[in-house]
Design a protein around this ligand. Structure first.
Ligand SMILES: [Zn+2]
Ligand SMILES: [Zn+2]
Length: 275
């Protein structure tokens, strides 16, 4: 696979899913936005642009590039175990998803990492652009983790590309301000993280923020006991964001970039989970 093919597939899928979700949430929004698109999109999309430039400038390869090298040099557990190609693709995608779930949990509970990740949570609304709003340092660390997993397991390049496209697409889907009909949502939640499921993760209530960590496959939350069906205040009554960084000025791109390094307050103690 040439680098050109990889970029074309990734950018093409990105653009199509972004446009589809932006149209859907404009046509039939699930919740009324409190700050709106005009106030938030320049900052959120600006962060995406900075993330793309940071990765291009600072990382000489992509995870797919590492997979190609790993295959050539015979690195990784999959090769040693003699796993057939189709199984390596399947297990590779699932293993990468588990790694991203675990990374997300760690970013919530290790204070310096939480400082980076909380910028994602400080958005006072959730829509398709929230799914793209991650601090560049978090993006670089996350890429490093993905590359380590790919090299250690010997995940095939095709599986890495599938995973990257899936993760981008599902992140935009599950952050978007759309509503699946409740019956469909209940079934879909067994296959993919839905917008109503991920909304709980953006609740201002700490116990709810620390639930539904999955981005892609919903199984890890159920398996590790971090699944929460809905917020205590209900889908419409739930407040989105964090107790801090709620000022409108915090939507500016410079403030987004500096959030990890400001406001030394620690997170409030965990509340009793509202059951
Ligand atoms: Zn989170
Ligand atoms: Zn999120």
């Amino acid at each position: 696979m040439s680098p050109g093919t990889e970029i074309a597939v990734r950018v093409g899928a990105y653009a199509v899913v972004f446009a589809a979700m932006a149209l859907w949430e404009w046509w039939a929004p699930r919740r009324k936005l409190s700050a709106g698109r005009g106030a938030r999109w320049p900052g959120n999309l600006g962060i995406l642009a900075i993330d793309i430039v940071a990765v291009r400038l600072l990382v000489p390869t992509t995870a797919v590039g590492v997979a190609l090298v790993a295959a050539e040099k015979g690195w990784g557990v999959f090769g040693q175990a003699g796993l057939p190609y189709w199984a390596a693709v399947l297990v590779g995608v699932v293993a990468l998803d588990l790694a991203i779930y675990l990374q997300h949990v760690v970013f919530h509970f290790v204070p310096p990492l939480w400082r980076l990740h909380r910028m994602h949570h400080a958005d006072v609304d959730i829509d398709v652009t929230t799914g793209l709003r991650f601090h560049p340092i978090e993006i670089l660390l996350s890429l490093g983790i993905k590359i380590a997993v790919v090299a250690a397991l010997g995940v095939p390049a095709f599986a890495v590309l599938v995973f990257e496209v899936l993760l981008n697409a599902t992140s935009m889907f599950n952050h978007s301000n759309v509503k699946l009909p409740p019956r469909l949502d209940r079934i879909a939640r067994w296959i993919v993280v839905t917008p109503q499921m991920h909304q709980v993760h953006h609740s201002v209530v700490r116990a709810e923020t620390d639930s539904n960590f999955g981005f892609n496959l919903p199984w890890w939350d159920r398996l590790f006991g971090t699944y929460r069906a809905e917020p205590a205040a209900g889908e419409q009554g739930m407040t989105v964001g964090l107790p801090i960084f709620r000022d409108k000025a915090e939507l500016h791109i410079v403030r987004l970039l500096t959030q990890p390094f400001r406001n030394a307050i620690t997170r409030p103690a965990p509340e009793k989970s509202p059951q």
